[in-house]
Design a protein around this ligand. Structure first.
Ligand SMILES: Nc1ncnc2c1ncn2[C@@H]1O[C@H](COP(=O)(O)OP(=O)(O)O)[C@@H](O)[C@H]1O
Ligand SMILES: [Mg+2]
Length: 55
């Protein structure tokens, strides 16, 4: 689902670039974005950002 233009939404509804761009932005800043197992309904994502100490 992080692939550019991957979407499960119907034609005209989804662009499939939201997660791809978010993932790229996270990586460009030395971090990461991934989906993880989460409790309950919905989706759970983990965004890791570099701390000042590691720059
Ligand atoms: N919060 C979410 N929960 C479950 N699936 C999601 C979620 N966000 C995105 N997805 C899945 O990843 C695909 C790509 O998402 P995204 O890059 O935001 O593009 P879009 O929203 O235009 O489809 C979605 O079509 C859907 O299948
Ligand atoms: Mg989206």
């Amino acid at each position: 689902m992080f692939d550019p233009f991957f979407t499960t939404k119907e034609v005209g509804k989804g662009t499939g670039i939201g997660l791809a761009i978010s993932h790229k932005i996270a990586e460009e800043h030395g971090g990461s974005l991934r989906s993880i197992d989460g409790a309950g309904p919905g989706a759970c994502f983990q965004l890791i950002l570099k701390s000042e100490a590691s720059v």
